[in-house]
Design a protein around this ligand. Structure first.
Ligand code: UD1
Length: 427
């Protein structure tokens, strides 16, 4: 198991580039199952979750080939899929595996996917995914830890589906299934995240007719599989990685340029930085954010919410920053229960945070101290790395396999900016 050893406090300087979005790439990879035409994905992020999805697809019979090793362009050929079962071994390591359910069912009329189960950030059910597919005519049975879905030979039928909550995964699963359904599917109360918009763009390249992505109502016209096209696609930049790097610059009071960002996907984040009196410029055309040394950041009250609200995936990282600003902040987590696992670890580093239900009260101006800490989930890990950059002395961040799920070479990116961070293998 790898650990990070980080020595602080640090000041950063230079330019850092954001990788492609993990959460946009995963559904796009699942959508590859819909088409027998070969498709190339460009600039794939080198991440554990992406490898897991690749393995899962290969287990189903997907042929993959490296087209450009340096830039990680991969071609995929789903013309001879031989299995419709996503097994527990892979699904247990990545909840997003459930995204193969919709495409497999739509194309092959049957699919079995292991139930993802709970995870560190709370109970994460898939009832909305299943409700949507059922409304389209699927029969769903849950047996021995697996979801078995099937549909009559005529396939799925387009219909109107109103989600009880704008779930990102459920919206994606239904969108993908709807591409090969008969007739029109309308998803009401759909998730509006940029990753949904990217999936819609990808499906359109495939040949699908989709409108409304980015709003609460998405319409998909079913298409015939014979009309699917071959093409190359580059997923959007990772807005959560961008936010994490920007927070690293602000925390360390540094002058840093973050490249390859889509600022239009990060409006609530930049709005919050303005409230905090952070000094920065954003150049939408050049796709960069320039962070200047910000000495007097102010406390804030933040609520996580579905897009376009403040993302739950940046909540932990923001909390690390809030330990360094003037005054007391309040962070309310509205998307996931139990997404405050980083708090007890941050407290080991001397953070002053009090939890009350779904709210965290964070005292600012805290002198953090290096300590041994443990990653509990992906974003919690990032929060600990950020805290370690400003903490006095040495921090050992254990179990960084969580971090490797979603951050491409974070230690290399941070050390190129001047951080004292090393990956060590525990023997
Ligand atoms: C996706 C992201 C994850 C992010 C989350 C919220 C990917 C691979 N992951 O996860 O990083 O934190 O969006 O922005 O893109 N829910 C139900 N029933 C369902 C589905 C969801 O009750 O059938 C609940 C969940 O328990 C959770 C909330 O809805 O409380 C949000 O979940 P959802 O939007 O589905 O998140 P994911 O797609 O799992």
């Amino acid at each position: 198991m790898d650990n990070f050893i980080i020595k602080g406090p640090t000041t950063l300087k230079g330019t850092v580039a954001v990788s492609s979005s993990k959460n946009a790439t995963l559904p796009i990879m699942a959508a590859l199952l819909l088409s027998p035409a070969p498709i190339t994905l460009e600039y794939l992020p080198k991440l554990r979750d992406i490898n897991t999805m690749k393995k899962l697809l290969e287990n189903l019979g997907m042929k993959t080939e490296v087209v450009d090793e340096k830039n990680n362009h991969l071609s995929f050929d789903a013309s001879s899929i031989k299995s419709h079962e996503a097994t527990y071994e892979l699904v247990k390591t990545m909840r997003a595996s459930i995204l193969v359910l919709g495409p497999l069912l739509a194309r092959f009329k049957k699919a079995s996917v292991s139930l993802p189960g709970g995870c560190a950030i709370g109970d994460r059910p898939i009832d909305l995914h299943l409700k949507g597919l059922k409304a389209m005519g699927a029969t769903i049975e849950i047996e021995a830890g697996y979801v078995h879905a099937s549909v009559a030979e005529e396939g799925l039928i387009g219909t109107e589906i109103a989600l009880d909550f704008p779930s990102v995964g459920a919206t994606e699963n239904i969108m993908m299934a709807a591409v090969l359904a008969r007739g029109k599917t309308v998803i009401d109360n759909a998730a509006r995240e940029p990753e949904i918009q990217d999936l819609a763009c990808f499906l359109r390249e495939m040949g699908a007719t989709i409108s409304g992505e980015g709003t609460s109502t998405i319409e998909i016209e079913g298409m015939s599989i014979e009309k699917m096209r071959s093409f190359s696609y580059r997923p959007i930049p990772d807005r959560i990685e961008a936010m994490t790097l920007i927070i690293a610059a602000l925390m360390t009071k540094s002058d840093v340029i973050v490249e390859n960002i889509r600022s239009d996907h990060m409006s609530s984040f930049f709005q919050l930085l303005k409230e905090m009196k952070a000094k920065f410029d954003v150049d939408e055309e050049k796709r960069i954010a320039h962070l200047y040394k910000s000495n007097d950041l102010h406390s804030v009250k933040v609520d996580t919410a579905p897009y376009p609200g403040f993302p739950t995936d940046a909540q932990a990282q923001l909390m690390s920053l809030l330990t360094q600003v003037k005054g007391a902040s309040v962070v309310t987590e509205n998307i996931f229960e139990n997404r405050f696992m980083h708090v007890s670890e941050l407290k080991r580093m001397n953070a002053d945070i009090t939890l009350k239900g779904s709210a965290a009260f964070v005292m600012g101006d805290t002198k953090l101290q290096g300590a041994p800490v443990m990653c509990t989930d992906l974003r919690a890990s990032a929060a600990l790395v950020l805290a370690a950059l400003v903490a006095e002395g040495e921090t050992t961040v254990e179990r960084i396999y969580h971090l490797d799920r979603g951050y491409e070479q974070l230690e290399k990116k941070l050390s190129a900016l001047g951080a004292n961070i090393k990956r060590v293998r525990e023997v």
